[in-house]
Design a binder for this molecule. Structure first.
Ligand code: ZN
Length: 196
């Protein structure tokens, strides 16, 4: 499958599963032929349900679109910074999923409460400090939080999920939201017991 098709299908699934609202969130992957210098990312401010393969933007290491008529997601900087610092990451899914983003707004991490969090997420889900969306400051600030983790929350913003391929990155996004939802219910029901 082409990179454009992989990114498009993941983006539309993200919208269908309500892990994003409106045109928020974005998805990217490394080029299969030029993994160190070319990336495919969803377009800026475009509706997911009418997005086509041709709307997925191929960018270089500086974030410049190969087709100058296209505009990549305004949050391309954090994607490139993650690819630069973590060579094992080949796909990134950025969600604004509601339960996880609720904890991001409280700037409260999601602790290790479920057994699948360890293998899929690397453990708990930490919170990277607030910085304006799309800024280099945000991109630089989240990097340490992805060390030994496949996901982190972005304070007052959303979730960044990484994987060795798109399927893995997507599952990370689903498990972060599931853990956030269960943690929320557990806190409502009583006192959650945190695993080691
Ligand atoms: Zn965002």
């Amino acid at each position: 499958m082409s990179e454009r098709k992989i990114v498009l299908e993941a983006a539309q699934k993200l919208y269908r599963l309500k892990l994003v609202a409106g045109t928020s969130g974005n998805i990217s992957m490394r080029s299969l032929s030029q993994p160190d210098s070319r990336f495919f990312i969803t377009a800026s401010g475009m509706a997911y349900d009418t997005m086509g393969e041709e709307d997925i933007v191929e960018i270089d290491q500086a974030g410049a679109p190969l087709n100058p008529a296209q505009r990549p997601s305004s949050e391309w900087r954090m994607h490139l910074e993650i690819y630069r610092k973590y060579p094992q990451v080949n796909a990134i899914v950025h969600t604004h999923s509601p339960f996880a983003t609720g904890f991001a707004v409280c700037q409260e991490k999601i602790p290790l409460i479920l057994i699948e969090m360890k293998p899929f997420l690397g453990g708990d889900v930490p919170v990277a400090p607030f910085a304006p969306a799309g800024s280099q400051e945000l991109a630089d600030g989240l990097i340490p939080y992805l060390k030994d983790r496949n996901a982190c929350l972005l304070a007052n913003h959303g979730v960044v999920c990484c994987g060795k391929n798109m399927d893995d990155a997507f599952i990370v996004g689903e498990y972060v939201e599931d853990a956030a939802k269960i943690y929320y219910y557990a806190k409502t029901a009583g006192t959650p017991v945190i695993l080691e």
